[in-house]
Ligand binder design. Structure first.
Ligand code: ATP
Ligand code: MG
Length: 263
């Protein structure tokens, strides 16, 4: 049996920190000696751009070395893996063409299981400890694919007035997915972009505490301009500025996630 754990980051609320969290947790896991594969599932290419500049990201699109090409042609994803500049950390890039993925999936048989099949050889090979998948801010057939291929789901939530809006829909969606993919577990909520001085921060924590049996990771990711600087430089914050608060927070969040996954 493969020991690879597939973890997806999803929230239909846009801008909640999915891509930032996926990129930085992946980096910190690789720093901890784990083998990690990042899979960019969003047409915005934000995960790809976290590791490669725009020119390289567009070159991947042009050479059809992307998740879009693999999914639409139902190919094994092994051939789409690109090494990043960091040891033990690889990436499968996304494509701007992912904007039409819902239409592409529609006529296909077992359309919600295509990603799982395309990933199956990589998972079975056991060459990675973790595969982290970044999702777009939608709840359609493609996100169903992402969840059906995953063992664990992490929902990044922004500590802001609208941060929790739509979370109930997200929970319903996951419950429906579990009827066809019972392996997926909601691992926890990761609070991102927090400013402890603002009343929304406290409100977010209180509202989340009102949900029964919901895990909220202890590590909170606070607002930090180092994140944006690192993204501007196409690198994870821990590589951009090791001494930053965010680097430490993402290191702690990655540790927590690895601990929870093994439970
Ligand atoms: N801790 C942080 N401090 C400051 N800015 C942050 C932080 N985390 C994320 N951001 C910024 O917030 C924005 C949204 O983050 P991100 O792209 O990770 O969210 P997302 O959920 O992936 O968005 P989308 O739904 O569009 O995919 C980005 O511009 C990012 O630079
Ligand atoms: Mg994103």
């Amino acid at each position: 049996m493969s020991l690879t754990k597939v973890i997806c980051f999803a929230n239909n609320k846009g801008g909640s920190g999915k891509s930032t969290t996926c990129a930085n947790v992946g980096y910190e896991m690789s720093r901890a000696g784990k083998k990690v594969l990042l899979v960019d599932g969003d047409m915005q290419l934000n995960l790809t751009l976290s590791y490669f500049d725009e020119e390289k990201a567009l070159a991947f699109v042009q050479s059809e070395k992307t998740i879009y090409a693999a999914i639409t042609k139902q190919k094994d994803l092994t051939d789409f893996i690109i090494p990043t500049a960091y040891e033990g950390l690889d990436l499968i890039p996304s494509s701007t063409l992912m904007s039409s993925i819902e239409f592409e999936l529609f006529p296909k048989m077992q359309r919600e299981l295509i990603l799982k099949k395309c990933l199956s050889r990589i998972v079975a090979s056991g060459r990675y400890d973790y595969i982290l998948i970044d999702s777009p801010p939608t709840l359609g057939c493609w996100v169903m694919n992402i969840m059906c291929a995953s063992d664990e789901l992490i929902i990044p939530v922004e500590a802001s007035p609208w941060g929790l809006f739509g979370l109930a829909n997200m929970f319903d969606f996951v419950q429906q997915i579990q009827s066809i993919a019972p392996q997926i577990r909601l691992l926890g909520i990761a609070i991102t972009k927090a400013d402890e001085r603002k009343k929304y921060f406290k409100q977010t924590l209180e509202s989340l505490a009102s949900y029964d049996e919901l895990t909220v990771f202890k590590t909170i990711i606070r607002i930090d301009s180092s994140i944006e600087w690192s993204q501007d430089n196409s690198c994870p914050v821990g590589a951009y500025k090791r001494s930053s608060r965010s680097a430490e927070e993402y290191m702690n969040l990655a540790k927590e996630i690895m601990e929870y996954v093994s439970r």
